[in-house]
Ligand binder design. Structure first.
Ligand code: GLN
Length: 457
């Protein structure tokens, strides 16, 4: 099959199926077919990489030169970037064929994809029974597109769970790398000290192929780390004999339903059969993660989102009376409710008199959480836990209660605060809905995580 035929098949499938899911904001058919044609020529000339001619999609948070990049917001509804994100550029150079941009929570703030200006995304799981369930968020469009087989792979980002939680809820495999492993250049910023681009696909092997393209030092990102990039596919088949698994007891708590726990423990049993050893460990400060995150992330977001002022780019209100009117109406009309909530919380936490009590305190808690993981990895190689407390919920169920929504990430957020890598791997079903096993590793242990996930699949 040629790259053009392959791209066309997936494009046809998107056209036929995506009205049910709404997982794409933009489909770039013409560009994709042109790129596929070039890929076929490259292949004929013997210049192919493993990605040449392979279709995929980008989360609509990655800037794509000449292609609308909305970040799920009205603010950027008509924004066409004049440059590529480094991640975009890496896939382009590898010859991959981008079919379009996937839907997401506005500015990546959310756990259900219901805060998108372009409408919610519907999880393929449950639809057969007529149920409209959330795909998780914020990378719910990418997770759905992969789950519904509209693309074989999609990029995603994870600030507090946004790769792992949707991957779990949609029954696909996702990886959030170590902070600094993948360049943030051209990835629209939410909380810069937590944001990390990563991978989403059906299998660990496909995630490894994606990470091979995405990872690497980038002088354009000041927090990018200059470390060698291994071939992540090379170690997928290493035996797991002797792998030391830790189960954080705080992640098998009351928040977790017995049915969920059963699936996760069954997955751990499989690892024991493969020769791994299992012991209980403790992350004593894990329970503080959500509270610390919801100070730090909004604080950083409030600073990052100050650039959307109606002057430089993006949405501008009509007929502003004066500069103040331009700022206030642009932001009042351009941002959705959740984004405004975060900006308010963030500016409050950073304001004089409150900074020490909230922001500084949260940073100290963050250090304690990081230390918990460092201590745990003295004894074990990986940690395993559920990715989410429950499977995909019905749309609208949690929209009126932000705190319940924030608890969706109770098992994922500490990992971002510590900056370590983690994956979500499909591990069975509860009530016919997919459940994710979270595998957490020490800094730069992506190869080991992918190996562990691959052996399980
Ligand atoms: N659900 C979390 C939030 O709303 C995490 C989002 C993310 O990882 N981008 O902030």
């Amino acid at each position: 099959i040629s790259s053009v035929e392959l791209a066309q098949q997936f494009l046809d499938r998107i056209k036929r199926e995506d009205s049910k899911y709404n997982s794409f904001i933009t489909v770039t058919e013409e560009q994709a077919l042109a790129d596929a044609k070039s890929a076929d020529e490259l292949r004929a000339a013997g210049n192919a990489t493993p990605w040449t001619g392979i279709p995929f999609a980008h989360k609509d948070i990655f800037c794509t030169n000449g292609v609308k990049t909305t970040c799920g917001s009205k603010m950027l509804e008509n924004f066409v970037p004049p440059y590529n994100a480094t991640v975009t550029e890496n896939f382009r150079k590898a010859g991959a064929v981008c079919l379009g941009k996937t839907n997401m929570d506005e500015f990546a703030m959310g756990s259900s994809n219901e805060s998108s200006h372009f409408g919610p995304v519907t999880n393929p799981w449950g639809l057969g029974k007529g149920e409209k369930r959330v795909p998780g968020g914020s990378s719910g469009g990418s997770a759905t597109a992969v789950a519904a087989r509209l693309v074989p792979a999609a990029t995603a980002t994870d600030t507090g769970g946004s790769i792992r939680q949707p991957a779990a809820l949609c029954g696909v495999t996702g990886l959030k790398p170590t902070y600094g492993r993948v360049s943030r250049y051209g990835m629209i910023a939410f909380a810069s000290s937590l944001d990390q681009g990563g991978t989403m696909a059906r299998t660990a092997e496909d995630n490894a192929l994606m990470l091979n393209v995405m990872a690497g030092f980038d002088p354009k990102d000041s927090t990018s780390l200059d470390r060698e990039v291994p071939d992540y596919t090379a170690t997928l088949n290493e035996p797991l004999k002797g792998l030391r698994i830790g189960l954080p007891k705080e992640y098998f708590s009351d928040e977790l339903s017995p049915a969920m726990e059963e699936q996760v423990r069954a997955a751990v049993k499989e690892y024991e059969k493969l020769g791994a050893t299992v012991k209980e460990v403790s992350l004593p400060n894990a329970r503080l993660a959500i509270a610390a995150y919801y100070v730090i992330a909004p604080a950083e977001a409030s600073a990052n989102l100050s650039r959307f002022d109606g002057v430089r780019y993006g949405y501008r209100c009509e007929d502003p009376k004066d500069l103040m009117d331009l700022y206030t109406r642009t932001r009042a009309e351009g941002f959705g409710t959740e984004v405004k909530r975060r900006i308010l919380v963030g500016t409050y936490a950073l304001s004089a008199g409150y900074f020490d009590a909230y922001y500084l305190k949260a940073q100290k808690v963050r250090r304690l959480i990081q230390q918990d993981f460092i201590n745990a990895f003295r004894d074990v190689d990986v940690l395993m836990s559920p990715t989410t407390p429950s499977p995909a919920f019905i749309q609208g169920e949690k929209t009126s209660d932000p705190v319940t929504m924030y608890l969706e990430d109770v098992f994922t957020i500490a990992i971002n605060l510590a900056g370590i890598p983690a994956m979500s791997v499909p591990a069975g079903f509860v009530d016919g809905l997919p459940v994710g096993l979270q595998i957490i590793g020490d800094y730069f242990s992506e190869a080991r995580l992918l190996n562990a996930a691959h052996q399980f699949q």
